[in-house]
Design a protein around this ligand. Structure first.
Ligand SMILES: [Cu+2]
Length: 483
């Protein structure tokens, strides 16, 4: 309310000033009095100078008042570099801002209207043009070089002992994956994503699990397809023969939904079949055994997926950033880390944390904002400080809930934490469906290779349902990948 009143007062003052100047203008015009007009120009000029002085005072005052917010404590090595970059950019643009504004308002006063003064016309001046092109070019080159230096620190190759971990954004949470004791992240493939394998880690067991998953889905879709005509007939029967209007209305709704489902089912089956084929065609025994892939498959067994991030202090780390659905943005404000997470295009960010969570609490202890005790809490906020990861890309209605935590540990704390982690594969292996050759091979024959693979049809989805010549493809794929 107070804010609104202040706004109203300022607005009224502006309106009054506008009206007064307008009236003065009209009065001087009526009088056609040049002295009056000159006096008027002096008043305007003085107001310009007053505006300049007030503006400059405000400008410098905010710099002082918000000093602490301007360059907050940075907890990473490159964060200091970025701070430096901000400092130079602000300094240069600040100086230019002050000079140009002084010139702008002083000139407005100095060269105000006078009865017998005439404006001078200059068509061009080569020296001047050279100066005002060269100076910005030099300054911008300096800033760009500083920026590029920071960019290469962030995106360049990591050193030998860097810790590479992975973060994945999806609506609406982050998940992370760390390499196990081998230090290497295993292979991932989006085709293998399932409830039991949310990131699509590729091991023969996960591959078999996904294949069975898809076969069962195909079987269910087939069964549904077979059941639909009867359901449609039943709904039609109610519509045709029931005298009571209520069940007829509801049957009409049902019928519409059933017909829609019937229309969509072939496409859905084709897509599921194509998905299955992509897996079988990609993850052939030769591919899995190849020198390039085999070590990565092996590396996947000990990867673990913790519920929050832990990073050792003073060690270079690399975040491999991916997304499963839409654009997200991996953002750790205190670390000056911010990078888009793009579906299908992994990005990365290299950084070195320099302040542990514990040390940061000690730093924040002196900050009045962190000394506050939140409602319902018993301790000041700094005591429970932990680094936060947020999503900085407006990614949907649950965007605000993409909060993830980061604990920066000493080397000892970090090793202790590593010791408590269990490999993701070990957590999941009990719940994975195993490939039982006879049954699933039958499913495969019945639901996947019914159309003709013979002519290299790997786009799936095309309608070849009546063509039954894909035997050779079927036999190549029917064995379990795990064996
Ligand atoms: Cu997001």
């Amino acid at each position: 309310m107070t804010g609104f009143l202040i706004f109203l007062i300022i607005a009224l003052i502006v309106v009054v000033m506008f009206q007064v100047t307008k009236t003065l203008d009209m009065v001087s015009e009526l009088r056609a009095d040049e002295k009056e007009e000159e006096r008027h120009a002096v008043t305007q000029g003085r107001l310009m100078i007053a505006f300049l002085v007030l503006g400059l005072v405000g400008f410098f005052w905010t710099f002082g008042a918000y000093q602490s917010k301007l360059f907050p404590q940075s907890a990473s090595v490159h964060g200091e570099l970025l701070k430096n970059l901000f400092f130079w950019t602000l300094l240069i643009t600040g100086v230019v801002f002050v000079i140009t504004n002084i010139l702008l308002f002083v000139f407005a006063y100095q060269y105000r209207w006078k009865n017998n003064r005439k404006a001078e016309h200059i068509s061009h001046n080569n020296t001047l043009e050279f100066i005002w092109t060269a100076i910005p070019a030099l300054v911008l080159t300096f800033l760009v070089v500083l920026g590029l230096r920071a960019w290469y620190q962030i995106t360049g190759e990591e050193s030998e002992d860097a810790l590479v971990f992975e973060v994945t954004g999806q609506q609406f949470f982050w998940s992370s994956r760390y390499p196990g004791p081998d230090g290497v992240l295993g292979l991932r493939d989006y085709n293998l994503i399932s409830a039991e394998n949310p990131l699509g880690i590729a091991t023969p067991e996960f591959i078999d699990h996904k294949r069975v998953d898809l076969l069962i889905r195909l079987r269910d879709l087939k069964q549904r397809e077979a059941a639909l005509p009867e359901l449609i007939a039943a709904a039609q029967d109610i519509i045709d023969h029931n005298p009571n209007p209520y069940p007829v209305d509801s049957a009409k709704v049902t019928l519409k939904a059933l017909l829609k489902e019937q229309k969509e089912l072939p496409g859905l089956q084709n897509r599921t079949r194509a998905h299955y084929k992509r897996i079988v065609e990609k993850f052939t025994p030769e591919y899995l055994a190849s020198a390039e892939v085999a070590p990565l498959i092996k590396a996947g067994y000990d990867d673990f997926m913790p519920s929050e991030l832990h990073l050792p202090v003073d060690r270079e780390v690399v975040a491999r950033i991916t997304a499963l659905d839409v654009l997200h943005d991996f953002y750790i404000p205190y670390m000056s880390v911010k990078m888009d997470a793009v579906p299908g295009i992994p990005t990365r960010f290299k950084f070195t944390p320099t302040i542990t969570t514990e040390e940061m609490r000690e730093i924040l202890k002196d900050n009045p904002e962190w000394q506050r005790i939140d409602e319902g809490a018993t301790e000041p906020r700094w005591k429970n400080f932990i680094y936060e990861v947020a999503c900085a890309e407006l990614c949907g209605k649950g965007h605000n809930s993409m909060r993830y935590l980061l604990d920066v540990d000493t080397e000892e704390e970090y090793s202790a934490w590593l010791g408590q982690q269990t490999a993701f594969f070990d957590l999941q292996k009990e719940s994975l469906v195993k490939w039982e050759n006879a049954e699933y091979a039958e499913f495969e024959k019945a639901y996947v290779f019914i159309d003709a693979g013979g002519h290299g049809d790997d786009h799936g989805g095309d309608n070849h349902d009546n063509d039954h010549s894909g035997e050779e493809q079927h036999s190549a794929a029917s064995a379990s990948i795990a064996h």
